[in-house]
Design a protein around this ligand. Structure first.
Ligand code: ADQ
Length: 493
């Protein structure tokens, strides 16, 4: 892709590609399958699109290339140091805990913030370089919150959208960030900001009002750059004067992300996946009930709370081996961050204790797998499970819940879902739980297993209708329609 040619640009921290090195030493870049890629394929059809992001290896970035799937990518480099400071540090140890209810304590380092700014500037320049006149730019997620305003400065002609995949915190938590106003101003460079839930959009609007002195009419924020200095004498305007610029109108609304329903359903209907699902049950010893958990090993996902409920269910004798078994897939994640290493130790110790107390020879209470799997295997696991336990303490959406529903074309299975996920707003026919309420969680797990099969099927039918009618393709189209229709700059009187 040569300069200034793309009329549609996606920017995300990570490119959806992995380098594959063959035994003979040759290599290729393979597109990693995922909902976002499918969604982008469906909206890129009539456009010249390019994806801007990090290719996943520290050091010099590879030259721009086209994947074997036909995706044009523009790699952005990250040094080893930037990976530590911008990504592991500021993104995952500062922002992630603040945006997820401070489940663990956030860490603030000025060095990390400086690196976050540098990397966001690099992304903005890369976008400005490839964007055609009047292009549409769609920036994704919390790692790139300064990019909207930086791109606007370089390229006022382009239309800019931002989508936040994780929750946006209440202002009381957001205000802890020493760089809170910089982040808000960065985001307000967009024309449209999409969130998972209307609560997230509301939290953002409240933060703009309280911290920047912005006003709003419904979901449209009006922000006069520089106005915060008039309100707040403690804020430092770096230029020493009141900045005067055009007011900006920014629409902020919920556009909840989804999954490729048709693709997942088709995959789960293939004879190979159905046969594999049977095989999985057989290899588990053909239990009556298979419980499943699938999560990135993250403290937001409520895996410890789930294990505590499970421990008590075994202790109470409500469930027993070999008739019931649990499979917990815990995807390796952020392993160089201390909180994640601690979590792994805690989860593995809980699993070890449950198995020590409740497994028999040849009848395991919890099968714990700290591994990643291909899509086919995930679909087979979903088909094999009588109930999926999704119990996060806070989660922007939770795609696993929607993927499970999309795979259950047989109307089997049941979904136990935490009310603190974005998905709970839509999947109202799930067995909803508060993961902090162990008693309630135990009751709902038992209901999900023991309810009348007709009721369970009716619930699954309704869940599937919701996800089918709100799939990831329609999400991308709705988002882009909202971006195209976002209000223009008001005319100054
Ligand atoms: P995540 O926190 O990563 O995403 P989630 O939405 O559940 O959480 O997505 C995880 C994805 O990884 C799913 O597609 C799942 O199938 C896949 N996956 C999980 N374990 C796997 C394994 N062992 N092997 C292979 N694949 C595995 C962030 C936010 C969420 C938000 C999404 C999308 O934290 O709240 O829903 O982005 O916006």
């Amino acid at each position: 892709m040569s300069n200034n040619q793309a009329d549609f640009i996606i920017a995300a921290n990570r490119l959806p590609v992995d380098r594959i090195v063959h035994p003979d030493g040759t290599q290729e870049w393979r597109t990693s399958p995922g909902g976002l890629v499918t969604a982008m394929e469906s909206v890129m059809q009539d456009r010249t699109g390019v994806w801007v992001g990090w290719a996943g290896e520290a050091g010099e970035a590879p030259e721009p290339f086209t994947t074997e799937g036909g995706l044009d990518v523009q790699p952005v480099s990250l040094s080893e140091r930037e990976f530590r400071d911008y990504y592991e540090g500021f993104s995952n140890e500062t922002l992630w805990p603040i945006y997820h209810d401070v489940i663990v304590e956030p860490t603030f380092h000025r060095r990390w913030w400086a690196s976050y700014r540098t990397v966001n500037e690099r992304f903005a320049r890369a976008i400005a370089d490839v964007a055609a006149q009047g292009a549409t730019v769609w920036i994704h997620d919390y790692q790139l919150q300064l990019v909207p305003a930086l791109v606007r400065e370089l390229r006022p002609d382009v239309r800019i959208g931002f989508f936040n995949h994780i929750p946006f915190p209440p202002v009381e938590l957001f205000a802890q960030l020493p760089w809170r106003r910089h982040l808000l101003r960065g985001l307000l460079g967009a024309d449209f900001i999409g969130f998972q839930r209307s609560t997230d959009a509301g939290n953002f609007i409240r933060a703009c009002r309280q911290l920047l002195g912005a006003s709003n009419k419904g979901d449209v924020v009006t922000y006069q750059p520089g106005s915060e200095y008039a309100h707040n004498k403690t804020a430092i305007n770096p230029s020493g004067t009141l900045a005067v610029a055009d007011p900006r109108l920014v629409r902020c609304a919920a556009v909840p992300i989804s999954v490729d329903f048709a693709g997942l359903e088709a995959l789960a209907k293939t004879p190979a996946v159905k046969a594999r699902a049977k095989e999985i049950r057989t290899s588990l010893g053909d239990p009556e009930t298979v419980l499943l958990g699938v999560d990135r090993l993250d403290y937001t996902k409520g895996i410890r709370h789930r294990m505590r409920a499970l421990t008590e269910l075994f202790q109470d004798g409500e469930i027993t081996t070999p008739s019931t078994t649990m499979v917990q897939i815990a995807t390796p994640s952020r392993e160089r961050v201390a909180a994640y290493r601690q979590l792994r130790t805690q989860v593995e110790s809980l699993v070890g204790r449950i198995n020590g107390d409740h497994s028999g020879l040849g009848s395991t209470a919890v099968h714990y797998l700290h591994q990643s799997y291909p899509r086919e295997e995930m679909a087979a696991l979903f088909l094999a499970a009588d109930a999926l336990l999704v119990t996060p303490l806070r989660d922007g959406m939770n795609l696993v819940a929607k993927e499970y529903v999309a795979c259950r074309h047989d109307l089997g299975g049941a979904l136990v879902l935490s009310e603190f996920t974005g998905a709970a707003q839509e999947l109202t026919q799930a067995y909803t739980v508060n993961p902090h309420d162990i008693v309630g969680m135990k009751q709902n797990i038992l209901r999900a297993i023991n309810d009348d099969p007709q009721d369970r099927r009716a619930r699954m039918r309704s869940l599937r209708r919701r996800v089918r009618n709100h799939d990831v393709q329609s999400w991308a189209h709705r988002y882009l329609a909202a971006l195209a229709a976002a209000p223009d700059k008001p005319v100054r009187p």
